[in-house]
Design a protein around this ligand. Structure first.
Ligand code: AMP
Length: 350
């Protein structure tokens, strides 16, 4: 067990790290954030901040020496340099990163555990694009195998000839058939060091331009009916990875049942509502899990609960949300309100 007063290392310096550090502080831990960006909204609320490249093994080793446990808030942390972090100090481990960093590997991994993904075909070279689209059918979405997020690295394809001139990046692409879904939802679980698993209620998620716009509870009946099957898959994924911490799987609720979209080996935007809406938040339970503390209840306090992202919203506009005295504003303190950038979120608990 890692006792309060110890230092928790967080790889990644964004808002997820910030909210993890705040939950850790409540429990009496110090946090040390490691990120390559000069300005880190997680570093700002932590005891220590190392600004260094992901590939700087000297800096990583020094960072790891200062921490009793190291976790991550960003799934694209390069895996090879993490060899300098003692494996028993890293939670979740590197296998979860390896699987989640590659869309193709992730789909195959989930299928082996009995999950169902959208129809797909790998695309490794320019001359494979057409065949992949013909095989899977249009419309669909071409996605980069690596490093895509929030709708970045994705191209919607209406017909095969539209993709004619596309250049395939070195890491390759995956072409996915467009899923006709009734709703989207996520399964968010926490797994403790002793293997105990707890689930939060699954919210319905609405995306706009590939970015999460809103998560709400209770989810419609079509989601509620598919949650048990989706949970079985998420638990199987966690167990197969020997996972410790919060794990998220995103699904499409379709007429044929839940279709796996993607996983995130970390706390997730669709779980932000748990700060005010659940007995224990995803951030607190992640800290408890990686430190070997008992987990807290994940039950929803009351419904409805709604979390709305503030995307590209400046501070002056964001505080407008406080006109509703029942609203909780979380503003991440990012320097610049760029288009498509997650600046904060608002949770309403009724
Ligand atoms: P992703 O980054 O892959 O999670 O995609 C972001 C969002 O784009 C998803 O949450 C969906 O709203 C939409 N999307 C992605 N892939 C598909 C698909 N195969 N079929 C339908 N919608 C999709």
């Amino acid at each position: 067990m890692i006792l309060p007063g110890s230092t928790i290392g967080i790889l990644g310096g964004g808002q997820l790290g910030r909210m993890l550090a705040m939950a850790a502080a409540q429990l009496g831990y110090r946090c040390h954030v490691y990120a390559p960006e000069k300005h880190s909204v997680a570093g700002e609320v932590s005891a220590n901040f190392t600004c260094a490249d992901w590939h700087d093994r000297t800096a990583l080793a020094e960072f790891a020496r200062d921490c009793q446990v190291v976790t991550y808030e960003f799934e694209n942390v390069p895996v090879a340099p993490l060899a300098v972090v003692p494996p028993d100090r890293l939670a979740p481990g590197t296998r979860a990163l390896e699987v989640a960093q590659d869309r193709l590997r992730e789909k195959r991994f989930v299928e082996e555990l009995g999950g169902r993904a959208a129809p797909y075909a790998p695309v490794d070279a320019d001359d494979e694009v057409q065949a992949a689209i013909e095989r899977v059918g249009a419309p669909g979405i071409l996605k980069t195998r690596r490093e895509g997020y929030d709708g970045k690295g994705q191209w919607r394809i209406a017909s095969a000839h539209e993709a004619g001139a596309l250049r395939v990046p070195q890491a390759g692409l995956v072409y996915e058939g467009l899923v006709r879904f009734e709703a989207e939802f996520s399964v968010i679980l926490v797994r403790a060091r002793d293997g105990e698993v707890r689930f939060w209620d699954s919210p319905a998620n609405v995306h706009e331009s590939g970015i999460l716009a809103r998560s709400s509870l209770p989810a419609p009946a079509v989601v509620a009916e598919q949650v048990p099957e989706a949970r079985r898959l998420a638990q199987a994924v966690a167990e197969a990875l020997g996972y410790v911490g919060v794990l998220t799987l995103e699904f499409f609720a379709t007429q044929e049942g839940p279709v796996f979209n993607e996983m995130a080996p970390r706390v997730h935007n669709s779980g932000h509502w748990t700060i005010e809406g659940a007995v224990t938040s995803q951030f607190e339970n992640h800290i408890r899990a990686i430190c070997g503390l008992p987990l807290g209840h994940c039950a929803t306090r009351s419904t409805p609960v709604e979390m709305t992202n503030l995307i590209g919203t400046g501070a002056a506009e964001a505080i407008g949300a406080l006109a509703d005295p029942g609203a909780h504003l979380h503003f991440y303190g990012k320097a610049e309100a760029r288009k498509g950038r997650k600046m904060g979120h608002v949770t309403k608990v009724h």
